[in-house]
Design a protein around this ligand. Structure first.
Ligand code: 13P
Length: 362
């Protein structure tokens, strides 16, 4: 056994728990606007916009300048390092703009994935070195939560035991460092939707990955009440010929979570993982209506599924900015309803186009 004294004081725990609760207060979820410069290049290329620092700032301004309607829908925004220090056209820091809406500021702290030698294309995530110092600085600069994304893949051979253990340990070590600095860690073990696996295999792998993550959290003395989990929803692989209903996805997802995620975890904020905006919202709604006991708040931390329409509406043109902001507000409102199980799609079960890109990197 390791030392018997607690890793965090009661005051530190209280602060972390309250922050986590505020992010996932009823009807609220997270806007993941933390695409790295490389990921933004792909996003902007889709709408014919050059990937310059100024265009990235303009685009983020479109999202962040949404009016008070988003205050009851969005509890947190995840920033990328560059964005944390950017300002609006009129010189207001983005951090102030977001905080003045009562929305909490988060920061992506991982430094992307690198190959795990000797595996079939698996990866681990970088960014632990110097993390404590970076967290301390980010806290001073207004961030109260962070995100670290690990990636796992499904195939006949993957995920390997090594990838599962290694990535679980990275997430636990990251969580421990964040909490020591008063920052709520969002724990993101994303299992990619690439492949032709069915829903059952997606569920099985999700259970194995999450079980390893929470074993590592315990080993590292992570205070679960002061964390949020950001998992994939359990779906079939993109190339799977079988189609499943939102209720099937919800049942597989909640079953996997119930078997592996302790009730002490304050909230589960799903990533959208290349689902269409409408599909992600319908799945989140079904998850909240799943007839199994659910001890956690179940909400969203969507990137693409909150931004795809806004990006398409903008296309880099000044005159489209208002329309683009409206598209973002619409998705925020829909997902606010979905995370309370109150969303009814006007067109029935119409999932729209998937925003899927193979082996998506963030
Ligand atoms: P998507 O919702 O686009 O999958 O992104 C969420 C995210 O933050 C991935 O790290």
């Amino acid at each position: 056994m390791t030392l018997q004294f607690p890793a965090l004081s009661e005051a530190q725990k209280k602060e972390l728990h309250e922050t986590a609760q505020r992010i996932v207060a009823p009807g609220k979820g997270i806007l993941a606007a933390d695409e790295s410069v490389g990921s933004m290049a792909k996003r902007l290329a889709q709408v014919g916009v050059e990937n310059t620092e100024e265009n990235r700032r303009q685009y983020r301004q479109i999202l962040f300048s949404a009016d008070d309607r988003i205050n009851s829908c969005i509890g947190g925004v995840i920033f990328f390092h560059e964005t944390l220090y950017q300002h609006t056209d009129s010189g207001v820091p983005f951090v102030k703009l977001i905080r003045d809406k009562g929305i909490l500021v988060g920061i992506k702290v991982d430094k992307g994935v690198v190959p795990l030698a000797g595996t079939y294309g698996e990866t681990t995530t970088q960014g632990l070195d110097g993390l404590s110092e970076r967290c301390a600085q980010y806290k001073k600069d207004g961030a109260v939560f962070a995100k670290c994304r690990c990636v796992l893949k499904i195939s006949d051979t993957n995920p390997s035991k090594l990838a599962i253990t290694e990535n679980a340990n990275v997430l636990a070590r990251y969580s421990s460092i964040c909490q020591q600095n008063g920052i709520v860690p969002i724990i993101e073990p994303e299992i990619m939707p690439d492949g032709d696996h069915d829903l059952k295999r997606g569920q099985y792998v999700t259970e194995k990955v999450l079980a390893a993550v929470y074993k590592a959290m315990s080993d590292h003395h992570v205070y679960l009440e002061g964390t949020l989990l950001k998992p994939n929803m359990v779906t079939q692989g993109h190339a799977c010929p079988t189609k499943y209903s939102p209720e099937d996805v919800a049942m597989a997802t909640i079953t996997a979570l119930r078997r592996t995620v302790p009730p002490a975890v304050t909230g589960v904020t799903f990533l959208s993982g290349g689902q269409s905006e409408e599909e992600a919202s319908l799945h989140l709604n079904a998850i909240n209506n799943c007839p199994l006991a659910k001890p956690w708040t179940l909400s969203f931390s969507f990137g693409r599924a909150l931004q795809a329409s806004a990006l398409r509406a903008w296309r880099g043109h000044k005159e489209n900015e208002k329309a683009a902001t409206e598209q973002f507000i619409k998705r925020a409102e829909v997902n606010s309803l979905a995370c309370q199980g109150k969303y009814q799609s006007a067109d029935g079960y119409e999932t729209g186009q998937r925003i899927y890109g193979s082996s998506y990197t963030y």
